[in-house]
Design a protein around this ligand. Structure first.
Ligand code: TMP
Length: 208
């Protein structure tokens, strides 16, 4: 998908397998940006809008039975479309930084590779939702699967998938990093949250 210039703000997405520690890194990054005087909108996927949070319940709830792969792709895309229209694009147009806990690359890794729908097919299904509003930089917090599996919950419908699904997702993130080296950075999620945060800041130094 091609990025279209939409704003003067900066859009950063953090990505990773469940249990990678990316949500902690989102909070630390937003805090560091505010300390530097930037206005920051922190948000997450799926969610970040009232509609998106309802979609989150549908997508991650365990009591709704299996969803078809296509239904899953389009529901994540619907939540994303609303987030872009209601939160991300307006914040960027106000000149703010947007720090997003997951974005399009989650769909490419989880549905594209994890579910086997295909990266290109999921990318195309998201074109209308994203409408060119793509992160300036996506940081993948890279964590060995065995460590992440101990740290993550088993609570939601996607976390509860078997190990081979999560292996495919991890492989998906590696493939995305190779495919899009200009917009994706990988940082090691090992060591303390402070160490990982320092790596995130180093990757964003030129933008900041
Ligand atoms: P999290 O917000 O706690 O990381 O949980 C979100 C879950 O939803 C996580 O298992 C990844 C999954 N997910 C997808 O499968 N596709 C997507 O496009 C997004 C945004 C999340």
């Amino acid at each position: 998908m091609t990025r279209r210039a939409v704003s003067h703000g900066r859009f950063i997405a953090l990505e990773g397998i469940d249990g990678s520690g990316k949500s902690t890194q989102c909070r630390l990054l937003a805090q560091a940006l505010r300390e530097r005087g930037h206005t920051v909108t922190e948000t997450r996927e799926p969610g970040g809008t009232p509609f998106g949070e309802q979609m989150r319940e549908v997508l991650l709830g365990t009591d709704r039975g299996a969803l078809s792969d296509a239904a899953e792709v389009y529901l994540f895309a619907a939540a994303r479309a609303q987030l872009v229209a209601q939160v991300v694009r307006p914040a960027l147009e106000r000149g703010e930084w947007v720090v997003c806990d997951r974005f399009l690359d989650s769909s490419l890794a989880y549905q594209g590779v994890g579910r086997g729908v295909g990266i290109d097919a999921v990318d195309q299904a998201n074109a209308l939702a994203v409408a060119g509003c793509l992160p300036d930089v996506t940081i993948i917090v890279d964590m060995p699967l065995a460590v992440a599996m101990v740290r993550r919950g088993l609570g939601d419908r996607i976390e509860a998938e078997g190990g081979s699904f999560h292996e495919r997702v991890a492989e998906g993130y590696r493939e995305l990093a190779t495919r899009y080296p200009d917009r994706i950075r990988v940082v090691s999620g090992s060591d303390t949250p402070g160490d990982v945060h320092a790596r995130v800041i180093a990757e964003l130094a030129t933008l900041m």
